[in-house]
Design a protein around this ligand. Structure first.
Ligand SMILES: NC(=O)c1ccc[n+]([C@@H]2O[C@H](COP(=O)([O-])OP(=O)(O)OC[C@H]3O[C@@H](n4cnc5c(N)ncnc54)[C@H](OP(=O)(O)O)[C@@H]3O)[C@@H](O)[C@H]2O)c1
Length: 331
């Protein structure tokens, strides 16, 4: 199967472009960054020179119609994804949109419909789907080594280095729910093999003041009764992330899940304690390569528009649960 080396156009030359995607493309067999769009000409010149990006556009409308751009990567603030995805669809370009796909179900549906009508592939930036270690965690749970999972918890702290104004603004999807929260919500069903039934939660700052939450604690019940606790914070100064699963026959624990080159997984059951070590995956590189492969064979290595819509619906109900101080059923 021939897999193209895609010439990417990046819309939004911010933190993710600079620290994540541009360096990852240099390690990718199937990606080259050909163009970028920024509203700031000086920044565009500097960014293009520093990273060897030949084409810089002042408007995303010009980037999506650039004949030297094969695929569009949307990494604008969370409330500005829709317009770029619609423009890419109109230009007939396959598009990778950062999560969240949109801030409302209606917008997400409009984006999916536009891509379907135009016959362009729409994929979602959920880079944790490329962490093979998490597949291994899921496989251990599935193997029955810890019995039936009854409770799972993830704690994830990552201080935010760059606080762009939109990240403080709840209305623009600036809280931590739409940041790492969505990655964790996408991950749990993959680990437990069952979907959500209901959610309750707390946020700080609490909703109502207009400020995006820095810390959230969510309590979820899965359809099989398993209990899930997710806690994420971007205001604690030290990074950390780990995962624990309690089962009827044992326990699974990981060491830090980010910012390490090697992961550890410890399984404790009647046979004693077993420790596995696994290398960390190259998430953004594999995401770029996965997009090229999806384009070649129609696979779903990346999240799809439907996954994006599902997460928008989920996030909307999580916000409702936090706002109304109650458990909210999840469809
Ligand atoms: N999957 C992941 O690991 C991951 C990690 C980080 C972020 N993300 C996602 O990636 C997206 C971008 O995040 P980021 O951290 O890169 O954000 P950022 O640093 O604020 O960069 C966003 C860029 O979007 C451009 N932009 C276009 N329209 C804008 C507007 N109306 N207001 C403000 N900026 C506008 C700005 O570029 P110009 O000023 O140059 O036009 C800005 O540099 C978000 O959707 C975020 O959720 C994903």
């Amino acid at each position: 199967m021939p897999v193209r080396r895609l010439r990417w156009g990046l819309v939004g030359l911010g933190s993710l472009a600079r620290n994540g995607i541009v360096p990852a493309a240099a390690r990718s067999a199937h990606a080259v960054i050909q163009a970028g769009a920024t509203r700031d000409p000086e920044k565009g010149r500097e960014f293009g020179q520093r990273h060897g990006i030949p084409r810089i556009h002042a408007r995303y409308e010009d980037l999506v119609t650039d004949p030297e751009v094969d695929a569009v990567f949307v990494m604008t603030p969370n409330d500005r994804h829709r317009e770029v995805v619609l423009a890419a669809a109109a230009a007939g370009k396959p598009v990778l949109c950062e999560k969240p796909l949109a801030m409302t179900e209606a917008d997400a549906q409009a984006m999916i419909a536009a891509c379907e009508r135009a016959g362009v592939m729409l994929r979602l930036g959920l880079h944790l789907r490329f962490e093979r270690f998490l597949d291994q965690v899921a496989a251990v749970i599935r193997s029955g080594a810890i019995g039936t999972p009854r409770a799972l918890s993830i704690e994830r702290t990552a201080p935010l280095a760059e606080r762009a104004p939109w990240r403080e603004d709840a209305a623009r999807g600036g809280g931590i729910l739409y940041d790492v929260g969505l990655h964790l919500l996408d991950l749990v069903p993959r680990l437990l093999g069952t979907d959500y039934a209901e959610v309750g939660g707390l946020a700080y700052p609490p909703p109502g003041g207009g400020q995006g939450a820095d810390t959230i604690s969510l309590l979820l019940r899965m359809q099989d009764g398993a209990q899930v606790a997710l806690r994420a914070s971007r205001e604690a100064p030290h990074s950390g992330s780990d995962l624990t699963v309690l089962g009827t026959a044992g326990m699974l624990r990981t060491g830090p899940l980010r910012w390490v080159e090697e992961f550890t997984l410890t399984v404790t059951n009647a046979e004693g304690e077993r420790v596995e070590r696994h290398p960390a995956s190259d998430l953004y590189r594999d995401e770029l390569d996965g997009f090229a492969l999806d384009l070649a064979d129609g696979g779903r290595r990346l999240g799809t528009g439907e996954d994006g819509l599902r997460l928008v619906r989920l996030a909307t109900r999580v916000e409702q649960a936090i706002r109304e101080h109650r458990l909210v059923p999840l469809p």
